[in-house]
Structure formats: C-alpha cells, structure tokens
Design a protein around this ligand. Structure first.
Ligand code: E4P
Length: 215
C-alpha cells in the first residue's frame, strides 16, 4: 500500500519524507489556503521534496476553466497530478486530460457509481472520502470495498486513494480492503507506529536492564 500525505505544509512533508514513508502528496483548496502562501510556489516546493504524485486541485467549475487551469498547473512540475471535482464538467476535463497523457485525480467521490464514471473517463486516481461519509452515518469503508471490486472486475488502471481519513482504523481497513493508496494527514501519522504497550515494554526492558547494571 502506498502512503500519500494529505497536507500542503512543506515542513511537515520534509520531516515525514525523511522516514521513507511518503509516496506522494494530496492537497486541496482548504489545505492550500491554510498555508496562506502562493499556490504555485507551494506545489513546486512539495514536488521538489517528493518524487511521487503531487495533487493540485483546480478551482473552476466549468470544464473550459478547469482545462485552462490544468494545462498551466501541469507545467509546474513533472510529478504534478490535476485534481478535479466529480461533476459532469470534471469528467469531461478528466477525459480530455487523460487523452493527452496528463495525470488526474477525481475528488469528492461518495458513491460507487461516481467512482465507476471517473475510472471510465480515464482518471489516474479516484479519491473516495471515507471520513465525510462516516460523518453522515454511512459506512465509508463499504465504498472502498465496492470501488476495489469494480476496478478489479473491469481491469481499470485507476488507483483508489482513500481520502478524508480520520483515524488509524481507516488506514488499517483500507489496507485490508486492498486500496492502492491512503492519503493521511501528517498529524495522524505517528499514531500509525505508536502503541502504549510498546512504550510500556521499552520502559520495562530498560528498568530491568538497569537493575542488573546496579547489582
Ligand atoms: C484529499 O484528497 C482530500 O481532499 C482530503 O482527504 C479531505 O479530507 P477532509 O474530509 O478531512 O477535509
């Protein structure tokens, strides 16, 4: 399973990339605005740190505007991926871009039908939002199982990025479901390797070791 970082914070990406855990990065307009910096500069800095795919989202809602932005963003770095919303215009733009060999990530996917449409349009990645589904009392992980089956049934090249991850259970369940990628907020990442019993175990081993030294 590949791990993407779901952040636009360059310092956070630099720190976590050193652990060899970052296969790519996803951003969205909310994450970019949180940084309060120039969009292009942020994406270029991230693309220089991480060699894998870096998603940058268009703002336009009409296909024409999306494509105009997409062609510009695609020039920013060789590993940039154009993130587009799951709408009719977004599908049209996705298809156009895929015909030209430009990588796309169709975002805001909340149903299996939406995922199927995006895959058929030629999306490189699709981003189903599990956390936001859980928020409305719909089990988000069920969608990941459905999308995985659809992609395998028809041999689509599209990869699933499990997005809107809120806790480590989401990452574990996404891995069990066979999703290609989980995009994880940097703040959540340490909880993937930390466990209280590990800390207690280390403390006990050291205490026992020190007892022997003082004999
Ligand atoms: C990533 O591609 C998504 O934009 C992100 O995971 C959304 O997460 P949120 O639902 O916590 O905002």
């Amino acid at each position: 399973m590949k791990f993407f970082l779901d952040t636009a914070n360059v310092e956070e990406i630099k720190r976590i990339a050193k652990l060899g855990l970052v296969d790519g990065v996803t951003t969205n307009p909310s994450l970019i605005s949180r940084e309060g910096r120039d969009f292009k500069q942020v994406i270029q800095e991230i693309s220089g740190i991480v060699s894998g795919p870096v998603s940058a989202e268009v703002i336009g809602t009409k296909a024409e505007d999306m494509l105009k932005e997409a062609y510009e963003i695609a020039e920013w770095a060789p590993n940039v991926v154009i993130k587009l919303p799951m709408t009719e215009d977004g599908l049209y733009a996705t298809h156009e871009l895929s015909q030209k060999g430009i990588k796309t990530n169709v975002t805001l996917i909340f149903s299996a039908a939406q995922g199927l449409m995006a895959a058929k349009a030629g999306a490189t990645f699709i981003s189903p939002f599990v956390g936001r589904l859980d928020d409305i009392a719909v089990e988000g992980m069920g969608l990941i199982h459905q999308l995985n089956a659809i992609i395998n049934n028809y041999g689509f090249d599209t990869e699933i990025i499990v997005a809107s991850i809120r806790h480590i259970g989401h990452v574990e369940q996404a891995a069990v479901a066979g999703a290609h990628i989980a995009t994880i907020p940097g703040s959540l990442l340490p909880s993937l390797w930390k466990h209280p019993l590990t800390d207690i175990g280390i403390e006990k081993f050291l205490a026992d070791w020190n007892k022997m030294q003082s004999k």
